[in-house]
Design a protein around this ligand. Structure first.
Ligand code: NOJ
Length: 496
């Protein structure tokens, strides 16, 4: 069997608003991405995933889509999109776009025109809560209520109406015709809600819930798969599926459904060899094609998640986790800025925060702005090269971003950026010549050793150095070794 491109791909998530701003309005855009394609190529990724760039009132950073077939002027034009796809393909980068099928913006023409049968309306609300806080229902002028599992500006579609189904098949074709290589499906376990909309005791992302993961959703992905397969070039889809069980995840990743699903268990695992091993075992047992992700635009950056009182630990662990993730079978999703070792920006002033989670929780929950701060490209200028000289970025960057900028790190062998470049290049050389399957090797407590043919990976999550497993050469390490011992918070790639 030919191995599809996405099986071992490294995909780089671009949060479009925060990547690079070519227009000089303080917000990232498609031409900005186009200018930075050489950087991405040099980094060594295989594909980019673009977060929503569609016309949107930006009540949820673009995940409130008002028109599924265009580009918001804030981000450019459809022509800019086509030029970006053309240039990306030219340099050998695939392009994945976000599709948001669970809800639209309340500014979408269907909602504005009052086409209620396409949304979830009820005479009385049930007890469901919005993921962003507060009730999941908003009342309209005639006294009825509509459902929004996210912000009130994001009404949920009624997927029991075939018109919704048809519309999304057509939207997929619209972007496939423009050359996209795949889709990242937002809230992929949403879409259908249990008949009768029963009250719930617990609304968290669970495999058996009236709110999430109804069986009917799989019919949607089977139909989408047929559309994807009707195009040449191995077009694919990856689902954003939050669930408490790897078995449930596997229901989305099937030969006639999605090629991939995000595996958030990896991202949620604490810094522990035992926890990492369990996630790896559960994932590989459950899905034919695994994916791994440490950070994205919705969670606290992993450098900060792994931090301890010792200031150096967060970055050391982040690099060790990266090396481990890149050695695992399957594909990897990176989040912009992790290659620079960016931390979460935790001290954004309240007036700068834009995530609806912050406002809806009355400031109790900081929200997701801290991982969305625009990237530092250079050491100078008001926005560290993110935007034009003198222009303020849409979220303020901390002064420390100068030191972490791509310009400062490029060419410095000790930098996080050069470490990422080396790791991605080494992985690219190896990945197609090693077996997909992983074998565990015996390891001391607190450490994990596994091998895939020519490549052995060792990570030490414990507190004492451990002796490296047998090897002929050290290929790469996330930090200095101590002779033939692997220090705590460090990982190494070894050859057999
Ligand atoms: C998941 C997206 O990643 C997140 O940013 C968004 O707020 C929700 N889905 C709702 O669309």
């Amino acid at each position: 069997m030919d191995i599809p491109w996405w099986r071992d791909a490294v995909v780089y998530e671009i949060y479009v608003r925060s990547f690079a701003d070519a227009s000089g309005d303080g917000v990232g855009d498609l031409p900005g991405i186009r200018e930075r394609l050489p950087y991405l190529k040099e980094l060594g990724v295989d594909a980019i995933w673009l977060t929503p760039f569609y016309p949107s009132p930006m009540a949820d950073g673009g995940y409130d889509v008002a028109d599924y077939r265009d580009v918001d002027p804030l981000f450019g034009t459809l022509g800019d999109f086509e030029a970006l796809v053309g240039d990306a393909h030219e340099v050998g980068l695939r392009v994945i776009v976000d599709i948001v099928p669970n809800h639209s913006s309340d500014r979408h023409p269907w909602f504005r025109q009052g086409l209620r049968d396409r949304y979830v309306f009820a005479d009385e609300p049930n007890n469901w809560q919005s993921t962003f806080g507060g009730p999941a229902w908003t009342r309209v002028a005639d006294g009825s209520w509509y459902l929004h599992l996210f912000a009130p500006e994001q009404p949920d579609f009624n997927w029991r109406n075939p018109a919704v189904h048809e519309e999304f098949l057509d939207i997929l074709r619209f972007w496939l015709d423009r050359g996209v290589d795949g889709f990242r499906i937002d809230v992929a376990m949403g879409l259908y809600k249990a008949e009768g909309l029963p009250d719930v005791k617990d609304q968290s992302f669970k495999s058996h819930s009236p709110v999430w993961g109804q069986p009917e959703v799989h019919g949607v992905y089977r139909a989408w798969r047929k559309v994807l397969d009707s195009y040449p070039g191995e077009r694919m889809a990856v689902g954003e599926v939050w669930t408490d069980s790897a078995g449930d995840l596997a229901r989305y990743v099937r030969p006639d459904e999605l090629q991939q699903s995000f595996n958030f268990a990896w991202l949620l695992a604490p810094w522990s060899a035992q926890a990492f091993k369990k996630v790896i075992d559960d994932t590989l047992a459950a899905v034919p094609f695994a994916t791994w992700v440490l950070s994205n635009h919705d969670v606290v950056r992993h450098r900060t998640r792994y931090a301890t009182a010792d200031p150096g630990t967060g970055l050391m662990r982040a690099k060790a986790a990266l090396l481990t993730m890149l050695a695992l079978p399957g594909s990897v999703y990176l989040y912009q800025g992790e290659e620079l070792g960016l931390p979460e920006v935790e001290d954004l002033p309240p007036e700068a925060r834009q995530d609806p989670v912050f406002a809806r929780s009355k400031g109790k929950i900081p929200g997701r702005d801290g991982c969305r701060v625009p990237l530092p490209w250079t050491t100078g200028s008001r926005s560290f090269g993110f935007s034009s000289d003198g222009v303020a970025p849409w979220l303020p960057q901390p002064a420390g971003f100068a030191e972490l900028s791509a310009e400062r790190q490029s060419g410095d062998p000790d930098s996080t950026l050069e470490f990422y470049r080396r790791a991605l290049s080494c992985r690219r050389d190896l990945v197609r010549s090693i077996p997909y399957a992983l074998e565990w090797l015996a390891s001391p407590e607190g450490a994990l050793f596994f091998t895939r043919g020519l490549l052995t990976c060792a990570i030490n999550c414990g507190t004492d150095p451990v002796r490296l497993p047998p090897h002929t050469a050290v290929l790469l390490t996330s930090g200095p070794l101590d002779g033939d011992r692997l220090p705590p918070d460090t990982a190494a790639w070894l050859s057999g």
